[in-house]
Ligand binder design. Structure first.
Ligand SMILES: C[S@@+](CC[C@H](N)C(=O)[O-])C[C@H]1O[C@@H](n2cnc3c(N)ncnc32)[C@H](O)[C@@H]1O
Length: 293
């Protein structure tokens, strides 16, 4: 059991990880027959483990026969899940900014000795590392699946553009739909400069403002008065993000999956985009199947 694991998420976390792992298996099975070495890249890798939140544990304590094993067990995080996928990947690249979590990741080499030599660990900020990796290496003869699993709005649009430019990387992206974006889009359209800039960085565009807010003009006693109000909801925000991904990737899954909390509110949106123009149709078909509710 790890000394320090990583405490987050409930059922939606399991759902997210299972779906990505399913794609990894399908991807590795197909790519094994092709000429390219292929890697798994996890840019928000965490510790390798996750545990259930206390509230989830409490719920499970109502069913002691289930909870004994479950709530006290350390569950696999994305890194450990990827390392278990068969057929195996040629290389595994795990990026983690937090030093303590990064130290925990190093144990993966002892836990997976059969692939230890092919595990690359990087203690870095994901955006700058990925932008450099995508733009300054030759991707012609390499392929990868990349998982971006941030807590919030950490992924910059510039990073997504750099990933797409490689034409070699398939992307699974956790988009912070409810946890951040919908909350920041205030009903009265009063959005401060810092938030506006953060949303610009996330979307790589500024037209989200016109898309998510409508202007109406009313004639009052004092002449025409202009009002702006929010017309966006979870669906329109999701559609906008998918449209943005389509501007840079040759294929994007049309049915991104909202990951819901226990009150059925979307926290995140699990999105898929295919990087290689030749493989995009097949990749998107597989991902869309995996994303079905
Ligand atoms: C939601 S957790 C990832 C969980 C992991 N994918 C799993 O399934 O176990 C997000 C991780 O990203 C790390 N992180 C946050 N911002 C980062 C950044 N800018 N660059 C790299 N890592 C970052 C955090 O320290 C945290 O471990």
């Amino acid at each position: 059991m790890p000394e320090k694991s990583h405490d987050f998420g409930g059922d939606w976390t399991t759902e997210k990880l299972e779906r990505v792992a399913k794609y990894l298996k399908a991807y590795a099975t197909i790519m094994k027959e092709k000429a390219f070495p292929f890697a798994y890249i996890d840019a928000f890798a965490g510790t390798g483990y996750r545990t259930l939140r206390r509230s989830d544990e409490a719920e499970q304590l109502m069913f002691p026969e289930l909870s004994e094993a479950e709530s006290q067990q350390f569950l696999d995080g994305s890194a450990r899940k990827a390392l278990q996928v068969q057929p195996r990947f040629y290389k595994y690249l795990f990026i983690e900014k937090d030093e303590q979590r990064f130290r925990a990741l190093q144990k993966l080499r002892t836990e997976f000795p059969e692939v230890a030599g092919d595990i690359i660990l990087v203690n870095a900020e994901a955006n700058s590392y990925l932008q450099d990796m995508c733009d300054n290496r030759n991707w012609k003869k390499h392929r990868a699946v990349l998982f971006l699993d941030p807590y919030g709005m950490e992924v910059e649009w510039q990073t997504i553009e750099a990933i797409a430019r490689t034409q070699a990387i398939d992307l699974w992206l956790l988009f912070p739909l409810g946890i951040a974006v919908n909350r920041l889009l205030k009903r009265d359209s009063n959005i401060g400069t810092a938030v506006r800039n953060a949303l610009n960085r996330l979307f790589g565009a500024e037209d989200w403002y016109e898309t998510f807010y409508e202007t109406t003009t009313r004639i009052s006693l004092f002449g025409p008065e202009t009002h702006r109000h929010k017309v966006s909801d979870f669906d329109t925000i999701a559609e906008y993000m998918i449209k943005r991904l389509r501007t840079v990737f040759p294929g994007v899954a049309q049915n991104p999956l909202p990951l819901l909390n226990s009150r059925n509110n979307p926290l995140y949106l699990l999105c898929f985009a295919a990087g290689n123009p030749k493989g995009a149709t097949t990749a998107v078909k597989i991902a869309q199947d995996i994303l079905k509710r």
